[in-house]
Design a protein around this ligand. Structure first.
Ligand code: ATP
Ligand code: MG
Length: 363
């Protein structure tokens, strides 16, 4: 058997870890994963050490066997990452992950870089909530809109405090942004600081969960596309990040406001598997192993629909021309992301027709 190109350790063995490991196969990159939940998605394509993220024996194995360690989820103990980083390169660095874990630190970083974001404060610092309404969010650990409470205009101090207490205290209060739509931008930055950025995409959420991504974002002006790329690259440079970085945005008129960042492959980048010359997963592996980044284009007009809660009949999903089905091997449960379907088209009209057909099947 030939030597692997590199062995990459991944903290997290969910669908993102699975798609990362899968992208490594043609490159000869082998992945070893630490994942606490038995039977996790990455098991189909990677070696999984079933252990908690602070299990000393599992961390020792990763440090001994891997050329580099990365993450597929930012909610991992910083102590574990720091322990690994003293022994093996870790990308993104523990410092970057610490920023991404804490919504308050994240927003302060946006402000420091001159990147516009919703007004925010620690709830206890406010005499009253914001005029447009307030969203109280847990500083750490929230995802898919969980750990958030929405309050009406000018919420009282006691209402803010009650919302914060319901999430255990450490929260950030944000003004509600009446955005025109939600966008995101995904970029990769290599060990040498070179970056490759995918175009802005449009994200459609329901109940705080991403339902659809349309790529590139329809009707995005050239200046907005440039601004999105500039924002994510500025952040990646400032954080000295190696790997993929996703930035979630709100569009208000022609302005872009940052919502949150994720220093990892992102749900709104799944379309790149079929829609871009190099997928975000391959790009991330190339970046963290010090290989040259791939070209992002040509880009096909694409759309991705998350499969949430209920699996479609595979043959039905694939009956739509241009459709690709990704099943994560997860048990179906309400509000759980268990797969996605991507469609591409020769032009936006064809893509939109196919997206409508997929939506009708997946619901
Ligand atoms: P995910 O992990 O799925 O990205 P999350 O739980 O980390 O989500 P956010 O991205 O902060 O949380 O919020 C989820 C959704 O709630 C956003 O995509 C947006 O639709 C809405 N939302 C969040 N913050 C605001 C805001 N300040 N104003 C208006 N809507 C907001
Ligand atoms: Mg989000």
């Amino acid at each position: 058997m030939t030597e692997p190109t590199a062995t990459v350790g991944i903290l997290g063995g969910g669908q993102l870890g699975r798609m990362l490991a899968l992208a490594g196969v043609p490159l000869g990159i082998r992945c070893v994963v630490i994942e606490p939940t038995p039977g996790a998605p990455a098991g189909a394509v990677a070696e999984v050490l079933t252990a908690s993220y602070d299990d000393q024996r599992a961390l020792e194995q990763l440090a001994r066997r891997c050329d580099v360690v990365t993450i597929e989820v930012e909610h991992v103990p910083i102590d574990s990452l720091a322990w690994l980083a003293a022994r093996v390169p870790v990308h993104p660095s523990p410092e970057v992950v610490a920023v991404a874990q804490d919504r308050l630190a994240e927003k302060r970083r946006f402000v420091a870089l001159g990147i516009e974001t919703a007004p925010f404060a620690a709830p206890e610092e406010l005499d009253a909530g914001y005029e447009a309404g307030t969203i109280v969010k847990r500083r750490t650990g929230g995802f898919d809109g969980r750990g958030q409470a929405r309050l009406g205009p000018h919420a009282s101090r006691s209402a803010l405090a009650a919302a914060a207490t319901s999430f255990g205290g450490r929260c950030v209060a944000e003004g509600v942004v009446s955005f025109d739509r939600e966008l995101s931008v995904v970029a990769a930055r290599g060990l040498d600081g070179t970056a490759a950025c995918y175009p802005l995409v449009e994200n459609r959420h329901r109940d705080g969960i991403l339902r659809e991504t349309v790529a590139p974002a329809p009707d995005a002006s050239a200046s907005m596309l440039a601004e999105g790329a500039a924002m994510v690259c500025r952040l990646a440079d400032d954080l000295d990040l190696v790997g993929v970085l996703a930035l979630e945005l709100f569009q208000v008129g022609e302005r872009l406001m940052a919502n949150e960042l994720a220093p990892r492959v992102h749900n709104s980048g799944h379309w790149t598997i079929e829609g871009a010359a190099t997928s975000q997963f391959e790009q991330h592996l190339r970046a963290v192993t010090g290989l040259p980044l791939g070209e992002v284009g040509p880009i096909w007009p694409s759309a991705m629909v998350n499969v949430i809660g209920v699996e479609p009949e595979p043959a039905r999903a694939l009956s739509v021309p241009g459709a690709h089905l990704h099943r994560y091997g997860k048990a179906a449960r309400p509000d759980r992301k268990i797969g996605h379907v991507t469609v591409t088209g020769r032009d936006e009209r064809e893509r939109d027709e196919r997206l409508a057909a997929v939506r009708a099947i997946i619901g």
